[in-house]
Design a protein around this ligand. Structure first.
Ligand code: NAD
Length: 300
């Protein structure tokens, strides 16, 4: 069994991005510039936003935080989005989700200029992804595709079972891996992965166990600790665990620890490859955002 080290892979990619920025600076170009909008004071969101800004600055990107109070109106937030759409110095921006209940997340997401939509959530980018055309791809599935590529795990002709149908992970993951790869790319580049036979499972799927047992590659994004047990995985399967769940642990320094959706201890010995939680998919999500920001900068 090989452990897929997302932490190390993310560090390698950050180094590559830093080199790319250094080369841009040498050519007199402005570095990529990301803005992150945060509404309110949700502690988890504040941590995610700080981590994103820190990661940007570490690779030499410019990064701004736009912090707004939770009682801002939807109209005021739309005005902020419009201002960022028009700002030529900003290459990409995200509005950290979730938003307060009185603001429509879809209305805000759809107001973002899709060229600057580095979260890859705008219907235009989702549509391009569905059509198999170059697009800004949602960060987590993009990061998983990168992990498969860097660990030389082919997808062509293989049965990929994706569990979870969210708009940010499950659906775009299925779309990416079922596509014909873009033409004229090196075979194992991330964007060249595809050509898989994909089954998408969700909360109403019958016989989840039987379907998982037919997977060559099993990607799980549900949010339920130990949903995937050893009897659901056949020998040699590649398992990608996207779930991040807090479970109480009196001896852990914070009183909890993070686990995925896969019963790691029991499942890992059966796998050819598996991602740990933490340290697997999680670190890749932020570097994908950085890659998208660089792409938005270079697309200009
Ligand atoms: P979500 O929370 O929006 O939806 C969960 C999905 O799981 C739904 O599509 C539902 O149909 C499916 N589901 C629920 N119960 C099921 C069951 N018993 N069998 C099969 N399917 C079932 O999904 P999300 O936003 O993709 O998040 C999923 C998990 O991934 C969460 O733990 C989240 O924290 C984590 N996540 C991690 C990262 C990362 O960077 N590692 C990024 C995004 C999400």
């Amino acid at each position: 069994m090989t452990l897929i080290d997302g932490k190390q892979t993310a560090a390698d990619i950050r180094l590559e991005l830093k080199r790319e920025v250094d080369s841009m600076l040498r050519q007199g170009m402005r570095p990529p510039h990301l803005a992150v909008v945060i509404v309110g004071h949700n502690p988890a969101s504040e941590t995610y936003v700080e981590n994103k800004l820190k990661a940007c600055r570490e690779v030499g990107f410019l990064a701004d935080k736009v912090a707004l109070e939770a009682d801002i109106t939807e109209q005021q937030l739309l005005q902020t989005v419009e201002r960022l759409n028009r700002d030529d110095e900003i290459d990409g921006f995200i509005v950290q989700l979730p938003l307060p209940d009185h603001i429509s997340e879809s209305r805000i997401t759809q107001a973002i200029d899709w060229h600057k939509d580095v979260d890859g959530l705008h219907p235009h980018n989702v549509g391009l992804t569905a059509l198999g055309q170059p697009s800004l791809v949602s960060a987590t599935p993009k990061g998983i595709r990168e992990l498969l590529s860097r660990y030389h795990i082919p997808t062509e002709g293989r049965h990929v079972v994706v569990v979870g149908r969210s708009n940010i992970v499950g659906k775009p993951m299925a779309m990416l891996l079922m596509q014909k790869p873009y033409l004229s790319l090196p075979k194992m580049s991330a964007a060249a992965l595809g050509d898989a036979t994909v089954t998408l499972c969700h909360s109403k799927t019958r016989n989840l166990k039987d379907i998982c047992l037919t997977a060559d590659i099993l990607i799980v994004a549900v949010g339920q600790p130990a949903l995937i047990t050893a009897d659901m995985v056949r020998e040699g399967t590649v398992v990608i665990d996207v779930g991040i769940n807090r479970i109480e642990d009196a001896v852990a320094p914070r009183g909890y620890r993070l686990v995925g959706d896969v019963d790691f201890k029991e499942v890992a010995p059966k796998c050819s490859y598996i991602t740990p939680v933490p340290g697997g998919v999680g670190p890749m999500t932020i570097v994908s955002l950085l890659q998208n920001t660089l792409q938005a900068r270079l697309n200009k």
